[in-house]
Design a protein around this ligand. Structure first.
Ligand SMILES: Nc1ncnc2c1ncn2[C@@H]1O[C@H](COP(=O)(O)OP(=O)(O)OP(=O)(O)O)[C@@H](O)[C@H]1O
Length: 586
């Protein structure tokens, strides 16, 4: 099954494949002619002591020419196989990465990032071996074996027929090895995946690990996973050590003994030509060398099959991101958003949102407030179509969320998160996000709009300043401003904000607040607010508690209600006052 699917990747390369096989055949034929020529030399010249110069020169010249031809043909043939293998792996990797990009966020909640990296790099790499060396080795060696047998039959039919018995023996060993090694390789691959998952987790969270002094504990955990990987590999080596070479060597020795005794016995009856004996032993050697090579490749084959299985599992993953349904192509023009009786659960058991209904009219700001875990982010996750909606309805401008094209949705809804993600590249590239329609001037304009221009222009290379992984060289305030500029440059109709004013100094906070006010103008905004002071001007504030909207209204209306919002507000005001008096006295 896995093999058939892997071979499907070869279909587009069938011409190269056929050409490479033909070359292989020719090269192998040239290889096999060698012992036959030596037989002629021994039997016709050496034994009868006939050293005719011309005949010998012809024989030697042909031998050398064949040798040379074989080398050249092998080179071209191997080059073709390698190139084809590399192309196939490239396609496979592109397929996997393409698939991963379309997986739903629910999938990433479940699977560790490092183990995915492992599948896309290590596992595809193991599959590469199948096409680079396993396939060509098998084909070449099967041809060699057939050639060796043909030559044997030409020399001595009875002896060759006897040697055919070797085949089932060899296949038996191969089959046993494949069966046993499959499980072992599966464990090895899983352990390697674990190892990568641990590594990537640790590297990403290194600041937290060091801050919390967790180095020793994590090092111990890493050692444990690493140890399990080592043990699985050791088990594999034992299996390889026992079955791959020694078992085949044993069969080889037994067959040589059998051939020698056959000649010994028949020598008594009739004079057997020494040349035939030489050619036979030589052919046996040529029969077993390919078998050994194939046995050696068998371990790569198994690794490839196991790895390909893991890659295909990923390619077959059903948990894809929710996609557009229906043929229509509605556009977001006004930006009216409505939730109608929306309930939602991540795990299909506990509802984290219950019966949520609200409307954000075009240009309005709706703020979501509530304690941690009350469901604010979940509402945003559904609006962004990160998770599939199962109960209730969400509409934009009256059209169901499911009807929109991904492109339309992503380009017209600007998402600004608490932790702004920057891409590797330059500042300009980060603001433009590959959208060629955004000119350099528009990029500058966007930066000016959110007042990010002053700090960008101070950078040594300005808008061409390189951005490292996740924008680590920028402060969190700068990252925020850059992500605002990015959002403004895309000119979205709807804005989704996860309150962005945590962890920055007062001056930057002022800038951020001002930028936000400007961005919100004329755009429907759904804002998650942790600090109630930032959303006092919202047109509608929804107070969430355990997935339900328990209060709704404007800031003044909610204060007048003296309910949960009032309590939260008083609490935050109290904190603020305490902070302020603390600053004064301290
Ligand atoms: N990806 C997820 N998979 C499963 N459960 C989740 C997931 N994300 C959130 N939850 C659960 O859903 C509930 C609501 O979480 P949500 O993130 O919406 O809260 P929130 O109000 O945004 O909280 P915070 O203010 O802390 O960001 C929580 O109980 C949380 O445990």
């Amino acid at each position: 099954m896995v093999m058939r699917r892997l071979f499907r990747y070869l279909i587009p390369h069938r011409k190269t494949l056929v050409a490479a096989f033909l070359l292989l055949l020719a090269a192998t034929a040239a290889d096999l002619a060698g012992p036959l020529l030596i037989k002629v030399f021994i039997d016709d010249h050496l034994t009868p002591r006939d050293f005719n110069r011309e005949a010998l020169l012809l024989l030697g010249g042909t031998y050398l020419a064949l040798l040379l031809l074989s080398v050249v043909l092998h080179y071209i043939q191997q080059f073709s196989f390698h190139r084809m293998a590399l192309q196939v792996i490239q396609e496979l990797r592109n397929d996997v990465f393409g698939k991963v990009q379309h997986l739903g966020l629910a999938f990433f909640d479940r699977v560790a990032g490092g183990s995915l990296v492992s599948r896309i790099t290590n596992d595809t790499e193991a599959v590469k071996e199948l096409f680079v060396s396993v396939l060509s080795t098998f084909v070449k060696n099967i041809v060699l074996i057939i050639g060796a047998f043909t030559a044997m039959f030409l020399l001595d039919v009875r002896l060759a027929a006897f040697c055919l018995v070797l085949l089932p023996l060899i296949f038996g060993v191969m089959h046993t090895y494949r069966r046993l090694s499959f499980r072992v390789y599966r464990v090895i691959r899983e352990k390697l995946s674990d190892l990568n998952a641990r590594l990537s987790e640790s590297i990403q969270g290194m600041n937290v690990i060091q801050a919390l002094g967790q180095e020793k504990r994590l090092a111990e955990e890493f050692e444990r996973v690493n140890g399990a990987h080592y043990k699985a590999n050791l088990r594999n080596m034992k299996l390889n050590g026992l079955l791959l070479r020694p078992a085949v060597d044993l069969i080889y020795i037994l067959s040589i003994m059998a051939v020698l005794s056959y000649f010994g016995i028949s020598l008594g009856e009739s004079a057997v030509q020494i040349g035939v004996l030489y050619a036979f032993i030589n052919l046996l050697e040529r029969l077993f060398e390919p078998v050994n090579q194939m046995m050696h490749q068998l371990s790569f084959l198994q690794q490839a099959v196991v790895s390909a299985g893991r890659v295909f599992e990923l390619l077959d993953e059903k948990e894809t991101a929710p996609v557009k349904q229906g043929d229509g192509a509605p556009r977001i023009r006004k930006g009216k958003i409505a939730f109608e009786k929306v309930s939602f659960s991540y795990d299909g058991q506990t509802d984290v949102l219950k019966n949520i209904s609200f409307t954000a009219e075009p240009g309005q700001t709706v703020a979501l407030v509530g304690h941690t875990g009350s469901g604010k982010t979940s509402i945003v996750n559904l609006l962004m179509r990160f998770y599939p909606l199962t109960r209730g309805r969400i509409t934009i401008d009256g059209e169901p969320l499911t009807a929109f094209d991904d492109r339309e949705l992503r380009s017209r809804i600007g998402l600004v998160l608490q932790d702004s993600f920057l891409f590797v590249g330059t500042v300009k590239e980060n603001l433009r996000l590959g959208n060629r329609d955004i000119t350099d001037e528009a990029v500058r304009e966007a930066a000016r709009f959110v007042q990010a221009d002053t700090f960008i222009e101070k950078l040594p290379q300005g808008y061409d300043e390189p951005v490292g992984e996740r924008g680590a060289t920028f402060s969190s305030g700068q990252r925020q401003l850059l992500s605002f500029a990015r959002t403004v440059a895309q000119q979205p109709k709807v804005l989704v904000l996860d309150e962005a004013t945590a962890n920055v100094d007062t001056e930057t906070e002022g800038k951020i607040r001002e930028a936000l006010d400007r961005i919100r103008k004329g755009r429907t905004t759904i804002a998650i607010a942790h600090r109630l002071s930032t959303i006092q001007d919202a047109d509608l504030i929804l107070v969430l508690h355990r997935g339900e909207i328990v209060e709704r209204g404007t800031h003044q209306e909610l204060l007048a209600k003296r309910g949960l919002y009032h309590k939260m507000y008083r609490l935050q005001q109290g904190e603020k006052n305490r902070e302020a008096s603390g600053l004064q006295t301290g």
